[in-house]
Design a protein around this ligand. Structure first.
Ligand code: XLS
Ligand code: CA
Ligand code: CA
Length: 439
């Protein structure tokens, strides 16, 4: 194992009484919960872009942290990142990682040269995976930061740019397959518009679907059995992103016949940017059979942009894990920390503090979610609230037996129906949630 963090040893579970900042308080990787070790329930992943590459630059200033890992040119930095990443994963008991192609290997003057460098790093990653047992959660292509993608990639008005994107994504899929990844993400960073005055929205969306069909067919032809994910986000960088939220993406997938191959990669901060709760997005995905994977982070309610903070909100993590449990747990997906330390948290130790905070938050979320299910009060309340659909006219509507005339007759005979209503009891339920979480 490389030694970039020599002063920090293996992070151990010490329990909630511990005050050691370099210990887990809730995440106990091998502890069993609902029949599986915590590490398998949570399937944590390290995000290569933020952790290995994100130096803290923002719109107003350059980076504050050194993320060259002792390397000096793009390829030596890329290689050093592999060593540092695997040391981090080892020390933090993180079993998975996720990348964009250009996070792991540099962009070169031509696509052919970029592909060559990518191959070189993918071979090194394959070797590191073999040695350590770490796995690739998902791969993706960075089709948004190079200037060629200023007007989009799969939705570019330029057919030449579109071809470049198809070729780049094809290569990223091949690299994902080579590394045994079971997930491939499409996040439409520039797939949207700034103004409809210059945009043929219908053609752009048709073309995006054409690209996705080509990629799915190709990936299946080379033996890829994993999931494809779309990661919804309503805005940023474009004013209007096509993959606005889960419901919008589901409509797109169904329109173009892509719903058999695609699931959602739901990011907490993107949910709140769409004016939804994180739980809402997960629920829409679960109810529609497209729950796939999660990008764990949180935004700041006072800031209107994508801050990608390490998640520390226990309520959100608890309700997230409740949805995950109800969806049957992760299959190919997992919890990827698409999160970065704040710009002012620039030291190597901050990477550890950040991951420990995020991992403990989700471990506690999982513990709490199991308690909610075992307690049963919340589930029972919802069940009873809809009891009128289990018998009588409600059951007849659901079975299709009651026709519109029967329903009219029923309503006319009933007269006023105010007395069929019961209280929604929101405060009572919120208090139960607190009681379960803090008991
Ligand atoms: C940016 C997205 C991005 C995707 C992967 O907002 O979260 O990082 O997760 O392209
Ligand atoms: Ca993300
Ligand atoms: Ca984000």
């Amino acid at each position: 194992m490389a030694d970039f963090f020599g002063n920090i040893g293996q992070i151990k579970f010490e329990g909630k009484g511990s005050t050691n900042p370099l210990a887990f308080k809730y995440y106990n990787p091998d502890a069993m919960i609902m029949g599986k070790p915590m590490r398998e329930q949570l399937k944590f992943a390290l995000s290569w872009w933020h952790t290995m590459g994100g130096a803290g630059a923002d719109m107003f200033g350059v980076g504050t942290a050194d993320r060259t890992w002792g390397g000096s040119d793009p390829m030596s930095i890329s290689k050093a990142k592999v060593n540092a990443a695997f040391e981090l994963m080892e020390k933090l008991s993180i079993d998975y990682y996720a990348w964009h192609d250009r996070d792991i290997a540099p962009e070169m003057p031509t696509l052919a040269e970029s592909n060559e460098k990518l191959d070189e790093i993918v071979d090194i990653l394959a070797e590191a995976q073999k040695k350590t047992g770490k796995k690739l959660l998902w791969g993706t292509a960075k089709c948004f930061d190079h200037p060629r993608y200023m007007h989009g990639a799969g939705t570019s008005p330029s057919a030449d740019v579109y071809c470049y994107a198809v070729a780049q994504i094809k290569k990223a899929v091949e690299s994902t397959v080579k590394l045994g990844g079971n997930g491939y993400v499409f996040w439409g960073g520039r797939e949207g518009y700034e103004t409809l005055l210059n945009t043929n929205m219908a053609l752009e969306l048709d073309n995006m679907a054409r690209l996705m069909h080509m990629i799915v067919d190709y990936a299946r032809s080379i033996g890829y059995k994993g999931d494809f994910y779309i990661e919804p986000k309503p805005k940023e960088p474009t004013k209007h992103q096509y993959d606005f939220d889960t419901a919008t993406v589901i409509a797109f997938l169904r329109k173009y016949g892509l719903d058999k191959d695609f699931k959602m990669n739901i990011e907490a901060n993107h949910a709140t940017l769409a004016q939804h709760t994180f739980q809402h997005e997960l629920r829409v995905a679960r109810d529609n059979g497209v729950f796939g994977s999660i990008d764990a982070n949180q935004g700041d309610m006072l800031l209107g942009w994508d801050t990608d903070q390490f998640p520390t909100n226990i309520y959100d993590a608890t309700l997230c894990m409740y949805e995950v449990i109800k969806a049957g747990g992760f299959t190919n997906g997992g919890l990827n920390f698409d999160s970065k330390p704040r710009r002012g948290s620039f030291t190597p130790e901050d990477i550890f503090y950040s991951y420990i905070a995020g991992m403990d938050t989700f471990a506690l979320g999982l513990i709490n979610a199991e308690k909610i299910v075992a307690d049963g009060r919340l589930d029972k309340f919802v069940e009873e609230r809809y009891a009128s659909w289990n018998t009588g006219i409600g059951a007849d509507i659901i079975s299709g037996k009651a026709k519109i005339e029967d329903i009219e007759k029923y309503a006319l005979a009933k007269g006023e129906v105010m007395d069929s209503l019961t209280s929604g009891r929101q405060e009572y339920l919120e208090a139960i949630l607190n009681n379960i979480m803090f008991a």
